[in-house]
Design a protein around this ligand. Sequence first.
Ligand code: DC
Length: 221
Amino acid sequence: MSFNIAIDGPAGAGKSTIAKRAAKELSFIYVDTGAMYRSIALGLLRGGVDIEDTQALEKALEQIEVSIGYENHEQQVFLNQENVSGLIRTEEVSRMASAASAKPQVRAKLTELQRSLARREDVLMDGRDIGTMILPDAQLKIYLTASVHTRALRRYKELIERGEDCSLEDIEKDIEERDYRDMHRETAPLCQAEDAVLIDSSEMTIDEVVERIISLAKSRM
Ligand code: DC
């Protein structure tokens, strides 16, 4: 049987950096489910789909196929066979992914893909509903969070390093709004699974969080 690790938590808690590192050290496959939602969002943007129009959304989803592959151990995501990994990190795609991931039709499209990957391989999968909905039997569930201020500060530093003009206050507001949306949507809201281990990374280094996850995983193998 495969060993599955689910990591959920809000945006900016460091999930993907930490998940990637922990997966590598455990020789597990890292599955970034956010990238799958982002690819669907890109497909919807390209098609100019009004996602509030249910019929249009369902029709568009019939034409969208998402799959993943690996190159040099890095996950690549494909939208109808096109590698779109380099195109899904824009603000426009982030906004559409956030709105589209609230639609049950969009979530349904990815559920089986995510579950089938976890059945076949030892995976470390990160997202928002992995421990609660996708892999309720995962051997280890982590809920990784950090304070709004810490997450905003990390994002602020990233943007400043890239030479972008931004305000810490605006970023904090943005994070608060996104958290609220992710936690209060009707379909698969972000929440900690009852049996998940809570890790607050506000006062921890990346190394410390990775070590904690690895030691938890090893104790359950
Ligand atoms: O983690 P991320 O920022 O790449 O995720 C992109 C969007 O997809 C984000 O708005 C949350 C959503 N998402 C989700 O609803 N469920 C998941 N399992 C993963 C991401």
